[in-house]
Design a protein. Structure first.
Ligand code: NAD
Length: 332
């Protein structure tokens, strides 16, 4: 089996080369993303392996089919960038890695929260330059605050349990609530308006769907506490970024920790330090002292990378062997 890997970086190459020792596939690592312009590079490959910002729309799938690609393997959990119906109609299987380390993502969300509430980036820069003053670094205890967890799947549950460890009160929203788990932990499910209204910290762990796109918008942010903190390690488009800029400018919310951004695909994973950023919303977000941005980094631990590589190549093996495709995603 020959697999074309799109949008790869040094850490992908290392983890997949290691995992492939036991599978022995022929792998080509491309540093460019999959799109209409680059789909032709899959000529001669039976499978393409993609990540969160590759474009796998109907046109890309049409080209891949022309090139005889049989399999689309996602080395991530989310699949909002894939036109599942087009893939299904083209007879292509789509496989993903449903879980690789939910701890990696939840722990990163906590790291961002603490960095924001305790001004760690500012403190780090100060002490690096010999400035040991404390003015402007006054933080906030998490203990006793209310944390809202929006989406209580694998990552959301760990997030809720971690935040509970700080002594926070935990409220939850999920259209498919697990009330048994929640009550065993002393957590409670609430409705959408309540989670926006009551949370001091509101963290998003749901998939991006038509229901959740821009769930954080002018209207929902207006109902939030003026010192509330948003955390988004889900998908960028859960938040209407222009509305977020507006809310931050007018002190309608207290801050935001963003590992994802709705227009991230042009910038994230790339070095733009010597270039002009033309996305005015991203550039504005970067200026706020109460906004912390990481570039879709939450998944990036050694444990997660090893699991991603093992499961991804295991998915290919299952396809080859004709065994049950437990990680297949199909259109609903
Ligand atoms: P999961 O499938 O285990 O859980 C998702 C939960 O969201 C489920 O409980 C589901 O019922 C709930 N949900 C569905 N629709 C909802 C809605 N309209 N409102 C609220 N909740 C809803 O997924 P997971 O492994 O916990 O991952 C969650 C999300 O995190 C993924 O969809 C992905 O977008 C994102 N993610 C980000 C990174 C990163 O590096 N930043 C890494 C992995 C996953």
């Amino acid at each position: 089996m020959k697999i074309a890997f799109y949008d790869t970086h040094s850490y992908d190459k290392e983890s997949f080369a290691k995992a492939n020792e036991k599978f022995g596939y022929t792998i080509d690592f491309f540093d460019f993303k999959l799109s209409e312009r680059t789909a032709g590079a899959a000529k001669g490959f039976q499978a393409v392996c993609v990540f969160v910002n590759d474009v796998v729309n109907a046109e890309v799938i049409r080209i891949l089919k022309e090139e005889n690609v049989k399999l689309i393997i996602l080395r991530c959990a989310g699949f909002n960038n894939v036109d599942l119906k087009a893939a299904y109609d083209a007879g292509m299987k789509v496989l993903r890695v449903p879980a690789y380390s939910p701890y990696a993502v939840a722990e990163h969300a906590v790291a961002m929260l603490l960095s924001l509430t305790r001004h760690i980036p500012q403190a780090y820069l100060r002490t690096k330059t010999g400035n040991f003053t404390l003015e402007g670094l006054t933080g906030r205890d998490l203990h006793g605050l209310t944390a809202g967890v929006f989406g209580t799947g694998k990552i959301g549950r760990i997030m809720a349990e971690l935040l509970s460890g700080f002594g926070m009160d935990i409220i939850l929203y999920d259209p498919y609530p697990d009330t048994k788990w929640a009550s065993s932990k002393g957590f409670r499910y609430v409705d959408v308006p309540s989670i926006f209204r009551e949370s001091d910290v509101l963290s998003f762990h749901c998939p991006l769907t038509e229901q959740t796109r821009h769930i954080v918008n002018h209207d929902t942010m207006k109902t939030m506490k003026s010192d509330a903190i948003l955390i988004n390690t889900g998908r960028g488009a859960l938040i209407d970024s222009k509305a977020l800029v507006h809310a931050l400018k007018h002190n309608h919310i207290g801050g935001a920790a963003l590992d994802v951004y709705e227009e991230e695909s042009k910038y994230f994973f790339n070095d733009w330090s010597a270039n002009v950023i033309t996305d005015d919303v991203l550039a504005r977000l970067m200026t706020f002292p109460n906004v912390l941005i990481t570039s879709h980094q939450a998944f990036l631990t050694n444990n997660a990378l090893a699991n991603i590589a093992d499961v991804t190549l295991g998915n290919v093996k299952a396809f080859e062997n004709g065994t049950e495709l437990v990680n297949e995603v199909k259109p609903v």
